[in-house]
Design a protein around this ligand. Structure first.
Ligand code: ADP
Ligand code: MG
Length: 382
């Protein structure tokens, strides 16, 4: 009689990663101008299972949001025609360029994070993969290195010249806190987000205008153009962070109106972030709310990144004394608004604004309740 012997299967080292999206309380388009931001990681995440597959160079990555798996040969990484694949390929390319010793792996991705809604599913994707590979192959990267490498992947493979905020928030988030991040020094402080009896409510406009990524890069160039002209008069200026209102006024002759407006928005938004951080520390939520409304006005009128749907949602919110503030969140041209709403009023507010939005645009509004959560979570098993 033939006796079946059980084959001993070597357990494969594997890691599981929970990689969060983020909100940004205030400080839009300031990160790539070396300014201040006030983001937080949230309880809506992308989940990764990553394991070594025994091969030297072959990797397979699947995402529950896309039908086809991505197969990669680590010896021949090149850009793909398919957008989501470039986030993955970009991370792998940056790791290899940096001489990090990665080998064949399989990766499964599942996500509960709305895509393209301003909650930064892109940073959650990049940072989750980078953190997972860092853990699986013991690459010894710090959290800051993970954020920076992920940002570089987005610049070089996807082509969005994003600042560091999204990646930083996803990696460094802390439960019930926002992060006051100085994007120049990358020094940060956690500020307790004591909002009670108010809550942060996101309203997903469910529009994603195509302009978003090209206009994002244009805004960045406009700011750089402004800096180059200001520097002719003030040679020590490296970024808009080093410019104050007097300097900007002094240079206004040489700046065209569009560039002047972009720069003046960034200067004012930086001040608002610092004021908002102080307001939060003092639990002055009325002040915080008014800064949110001001931020939206600047984004709409000076930075020109809003759209009819977002303007409608913010204006409509002003009807409610229980809504202390509202603004578009993220790069603009669609995605979510962030609203500071009294908890007792949330239900009525949501019913009302959803109906009004549908009547006006024939689009369903999706409210998203969020909690502020820790950054990347890692679980390793042998
Ligand atoms: P946001 O970061 O605000 O969600 P972006 O346009 O910057 O919007 O990034 C969205 C892109 O990130 C998607 O179009 C897709 O390419 C990629 N992405 C996000 N989540 C996933 C996912 N779960 N699986 C695969 N790709 C994803
Ligand atoms: Mg993004």
């Amino acid at each position: 009689m033939k006796i079946e012997t059980k084959k001993h299967i070597e357990p494969k080292p594997r890691v599981q990663i929970v990689s969060p999206g983020r909100i940004n309380l205030i400080g839009e388009h300031t990160d790539y101008n070396n300014g201040y931001v006030l983001p937080a990681a949230i309880d809506k995440c992308i989940f990764f299972k990553i394991e070594k597959n025994g091969s030297k160079f072959n990797c397979t990555i699947t995402s529950d949001h896309y039908p086809d798996a991505l197969s990669v040969d680590l010896r021949a990484i090149k850009k793909s025609e398919i957008t989501w694949e470039n986030y993955i390929l970009g991370v792998l390319d940056e790791l290899l360029k940096g001489g990090k010793g990665i080998e064949g792996f399989d990766c499964m991705i599942k996500s509960e994070l709305p895509i393209g809604s301003g909650l930064s599913s892109s940073a959650a994707l990049e940072c989750g993969l980078t953190s997972g590979l860092n853990e699986l192959f013991q690459l010894g990267m710090t959290k800051e290195e993970i954020a920076l490498l992920s940002q570089a992947a987005e610049h070089n493979f996807v082509g969005t010249k994003c600042g560091i905020m999204d990646q930083f928030a996803s990696v460094f988030g802390k439960q019930d806190h926002v992060i006051r991040l100085d994007c120049k020094s990358r020094k940060y402080k956690y500020i307790s987000a004591e909002l009670d009896p108010y809550a942060i409510i996101l309203l997903n406009s469910n529009v994603a205008h195509q302009l978003a990524s090209s206009e994002y890069n244009t805004r960045r160039l406009e700011c750089e153009k402004g800096v180059a002209i200001i520097r002719e008069n003030f040679p020590n200026v490296e970024s808009l962070r080093d410019v104050d209102l007097d300097m900007l006024e002094y240079c206004s002759w040489f700046l065209d109106d569009v560039v002047f407006n972009r720069c003046s928005f960034v200067l004012a938004e930086n001040k608002r972030v610092l004021a908002a951080a102080n307001a939060l520390k003092k639990c002055d939520l009325v002040k915080l709310g008014s800064l949110l409304y001001q931020s939206h006005e600047g984004l709409r009128d000076l930075y020109d990144v809003s759209c009819a749907e977002l303007d409608f949602l913010v204006e409509y919110s002003k009807r409610y004394k229980e809504v202390l503030g509202a603004r578009l969140m993220g790069g603009g041209f669609g995605g979510c608004t962030l609203n500071l709403v009294h908890k007792d009023a949330v239900t009525n507010y949501l019913i009302d604004i959803s109906q009004a939005y549908f009547d006006r645009f024939n689009i369903e509004l999706t409210p998203i309740e969020i909690a502020l959560e820790n950054g990347t979570k890692i679980k390793t098993s042998q």
